[in-house]
Design a protein. Structure first.
Length: 219
């Protein structure tokens, strides 16, 4: 999937500002949802380092379930949806709602940006003690491109079940729900259903007392 001019405008227009926004919004989530621990004790440092390595190995952080011998729920870790919500769907006036035509479904480059920002935050724990790692474009361009490539291959390999399409729609739909905005399916509906108009026509045709010219009917 190509990076369209529209999504490029949203993601890249402000360059470092957009990356910085993504990095900051996900910092606390990474620490909390992946259970990194603050502190300088030897055991704490060792556990944090091992956790970071486990999450980084073959992108383990994207899975809903990750153990030594199990990886299930690819691209279903709760942090991905939470990050999408924070990045573009915090309220009814956020970008994901105002520019729904660009975010429905959530495009691969947008998902890749989220995954890259999460990974940057995990890198901050690689030594076992949280250390700031700037989210520079030059440093993370290859990581970003690899995430795009992996998502596209995921889509190709699972095309029979449309798993990538489902992921993209899910991230948008639940993001919009989080924002409090009206679901797009409701917005596209008429206030009164077409069946009501059809029933009115039938009633008009079958009623002998119908007023056909707008004049008052005498009793």
């Amino acid at each position: 999937m190509l990076l369209t001019p529209d999504i490029a405008k949203i993601i890249k227009q402000r360059g470092s500002q957009t990356r910085g926004k993504a990095k900051v919004k996900m910092t606390s989530m990474v620490e909390t949802l992946y259970n990194f621990a603050s502190g300088h004790g030897r055991k704490t440092i060792s556990n944090n380092r091992a956790l970071a390595e486990e999450l980084k190995f073959e992108k383990g952080f994207i899975y809903k379930t990750l153990t030594n011998d199990t990886r299930k729920g690819i691209y279903q870790n709760e942090i991905i949806q939470k990050a999408v919500n924070k990045m573009w769907f915090q309220n009814k006036r956020d970008e994901g709602v105002l520019y729904s035509n660009m975010f429905n479904p959530l495009l691969v480059p947008a998902i890749a940006l989220i995954l890259t920002a999460i990974e940057c935050n995990i890198d901050e724990w690689s030594t076992g003690i949280k250390t700031d790692v700037p989210f520079y474009a030059d440093d993370y361009r290859e990581t970003y491109c690899k995430h795009i490539e992996s998502l596209e291959v995921f889509g190709e390999k699972t095309i029979k079940y449309k798993m990538l399409d489902t992921l993209q729609k899910h991230l948008h739909n639940y993001g919009r729900l989080h924002s409090g905005a009206t679901p797009l399916a409701f917005k596209s509906c008429l206030a009164i259903p077409l069946t009501a108009f059809e029933a009115a026509i039938k009633e008009y045709e079958e009623n002998d007392d119908t007023d056909s010219d707008g004049e008052m009917q005498s009793n």
